[in-house]
Design a protein around this ligand. Structure first.
Ligand code: WTA
Length: 651
């Protein structure tokens, strides 16, 4: 028996509201349309872009290498900006920027375009040509989007490195991509204080070898910085002296647009690279359909940092190509108050919010008084991305943030997929809390077993993608072999996403987390995610992380780390632990009863909000904790361990 087969505890279904359906961008017929002729469907979506030259062939598929819209030519920056200005939308606000200290700027499409043109001219002055790699290491400020679009405009390949990464991580990425220019800032603001970025770039570039000859520095905080006269250039000075005119050149559809590093399960990070035509087609299409964007009236806000794929596809390329107005926020959700995000929703009348389950669970932990302190009635659609969303967090998001009226789109995708692959379509798809529901039109997702056999409803296994899609990665930078090996070797000819998934009786897709997060307890497959969801469905639990720890008798035993919810009257100590174990057993089955539950105040998370279960496994197995340098807060592991020394309870 596998736990995949008896997981039917989530039976709530939310049908689309007729008012929403009546105005939705998506029509139910779109699925059939795509199924009838997939390539014609994608060609139609590509036609929504501006092409300097139309393609000769929609897809050239030499597994595992795809080329989309072969022979076509376009410019990413032209599609994101010039087009809107030329078609009379130049005065529309593209970005409402809100800095953490409270400074704000509204930037129109015309203004953004002239900024990008000046930046493109500045890059040309610095000798950057098409195909060159430019590393971008910036806080969440509009200049990050300007830098990306300026690179794209001249055909240079941007490689954005998240501003929270260390000098070591930065130099590894600079070296791997062989970047010749770094665009950074003196620093940024976070949790009420300025932090340095230029100093980290200096430290990184002290490592050889590297071919970085120039560093462009945006002045953000005004803090003093060390300066190398022959290398460092202030961004504003470099831009001021440029002409505000620049004519975009059209590049090949398969011209590389960017490299973005994602951590591999082992070894060095993988430089996922994406090209232009297919990527932009799918980013814009999904942004329009999944978020139901109405560019004239919506105010859209994706809280992701530009350093992640979500920031690339759903802050920069998707929304700008669609001419949307969006909020960009520099800081953290708890500064100066835990109501900051909600205050900004009220201030800008945000109608579409796209965020991550980790933030939703954090809000649950903080309590309802914060969202209730602001007027959230402008919201009309809510999105989730990054990890499986627990049904209880989904319901809370829907009720407390969305006032029960907003469809929720739980969107599954990856750095590698470039754009959303599995998600409900708002107004069309009835949703189940915790399920990403079904593959988008034009996408073919299946669940297979170890023998690569495609499974039917009611079964669980591995998620694979069986047909190439426009925004798929074109490779791992510099390593064709690793690309084949990582994604295409396990299930011959199918793209292996690395995620476990199950299909329920209705065929809805439930993502179960990375397959290395699937536990094997007494021969039963149990997903960490499902145990976590069961725990979070208990009124006393705000957040939970579950790991499989080695166990002599059962192979692995389930160990759970839980954060209790504030403000809920709770039973204490051993009694609560017992109750929680029983609760999980009741929800999933006795085989899923955790052997040990540990109450903690924090969980170890990466800067993108993913729980690092590997470290918790070290604790659960009484080992020295492994490398924790990629944690957002490296002290968390110490806190957890010191807390546990006094509270370890087992029965
Ligand atoms: C996980 C983020 C469940 C998944 C866009 C995937 C999700 C990995 C979801 C990619 C979701 C992302 N439900 N799991 N809605 N969205 N994931 O590359 O394990 O940072 O493989 O891309 O996040 O993470 P990445």
């Amino acid at each position: 028996m596998s736990s995949f087969e008896n997981l039917s505890y989530e039976e709530r279904t939310f049908a689309p509201l007729p008012e929403f359906t009546a105005q939705a961008n998506a029509q139910a017929s779109i699925y059939d349309e795509a199924a009838t002729d997939r390539l014609a469907f994608w060609a139609k979506q590509a036609e929504a872009l501006h092409w300097g030259k139309k393609w000769d062939q929609v897809l050239d598929w030499q597994p595992p290498f795809a080329k989309w819209f072969v022979g076509g030519k376009l410019n990413a920056s032209f599609n994101a900006l010039d087009r809107h200005v030329e078609e009379g939308r130049g005065d529309r606000v593209a970005i409402y920027f809100e800095g953490e200290p409270g400074d704000s700027r509204a930037i129109t499409y015309s203004q953004l375009l002239s900024e990008v043109k000046r930046a493109a001219n500045a890059l040309i002055e610095l000798g950057i040509k098409d195909g060159d790699r430019v590393a971008i290491y910036l806080p969440m400020i509009p200049e990050a989007a300007v830098a990306m679009l300026a690179c794209a405009r001249i055909g240079a390949i941007h490689s954005v490195v998240f501003g929270g990464f260390s000098a070591d991580s930065l130099i590894t990425r600079i070296q791997d991509a062989d970047a010749s220019l770094v665009i950074t800032a003196d620093g940024g603001f976070r949790k009420g204080a300025a932090f340095g970025l230029k100093s980290i770039v200096d430290e990184a570039l002290a490592s050889e070898p590297n071919n970085v000859s120039k560093v462009l520095v945006v002045k953000r905080t005004g803090q003093p910085v060390a300066w190398k006269n022959d290398r460092d250039i202030w961004w504003n000075e470099a831009l001021e002296r440029q002409s505000p005119e620049h004519t975009a050149e059209f590049f090949d559809s398969e011209h590389p647009l960017f490299i973005l590093y994602t951590s591999g399960t082992t070894g060095k990070p993988k430089g996922i690279f994406h090209t232009t035509g297919g990527y932009l087609t799918q980013a814009a299409f999904t942004h329009r359909m999944v978020f139901d964007i109405k560019p004239e009236s919506d105010v859209y806000w994706c809280t992701a940092d530009i350093g992640w794929i979500t920031g690339h596809s759903y802050v920069v390329y998707g929304p700008l190509i669609n001419g949307a107005t969006q909020v960009m926020y520099e800081g953290t959700p708890d500064t100066p108050t835990k109501g900051r995000i909600f205050e900004l929703i009220e201030k800008y009348k945000v109608s579409i919010l796209y965020t991550a389950p980790t933030l939703i669970r954090t809000w649950m932990k903080w309590g309802e008084e914060f969202p209730k302190g602001s007027d959230l009635s402008s919201l009309r659609l809510l999105g989730s991305v990054g990890e499986p969303i627990n049904p209880e967090a989904w319901i809370w998001y829907r009720d407390v943030i969305g006032g029960g009226r907003c469809p929720i789109v739980d969107t599954w995708w990856q750095t590698e997929t470039g754009a959303i692959m599995i998600s409900p379509l708002p107004g069309i798809t009835a949703t189940k809390p915790g399920s990403a529901m079904r593959a988008l039109p034009g996408i073919s997702a299946k669940v297979v077993n170890d023998e690569a056999e495609i499974l039917g409803n009611g079964s669980g296994g591995y998620l694979v993608l069986t047909e190439p899609w426009p925004s798929m990665l074109r490779g791992i930078w510099g390593s064709e072999e690793r690309y084949r090996e990582t994604y295409w070797s396990r299930f011959d000819g199918k793209y292996f996403a690395g995620d476990g998934a199950k299909l329920d009786e209705d065929g809805a897709i439930w993502l179960l987390g990375r397959v290395d997060d699937v536990m094997l307890v007494s021969g039963h497959n149990i997903s960490t995610t499902e145990v976590e969801s069961a725990l979070v469905s208990h009124p006393n639990v705000a957040e939970a992380a579950v790991v499989g720890a080695k166990d002599e008798t059962t192979g692995q035993a389930i160990v759970a780390f839980v954060i209790l919810r504030g403000g809920v009257p709770s039973i204490g100590g051993d009694e609560l632990i017992k109750e929680l174990k029983g609760h999980v057993a009741k929800h999933i089955g006795a085989i899923a009863r955790p052997k040990q539950i540990l109450v903690v105040n924090e969980l170890p998370k990466t800067r993108s909000g993913k729980i690092m279960r590997r470290l918790l496994r070290d604790v659960a197995e009484n080992r020295a904790v492994g490398d924790s340098t990629t944690l957002a807060d490296p002290n968390v592991m110490k806190l957890i361990q010191s807390g546990l020394a006094t509270s370890k309870s087992d029965d």
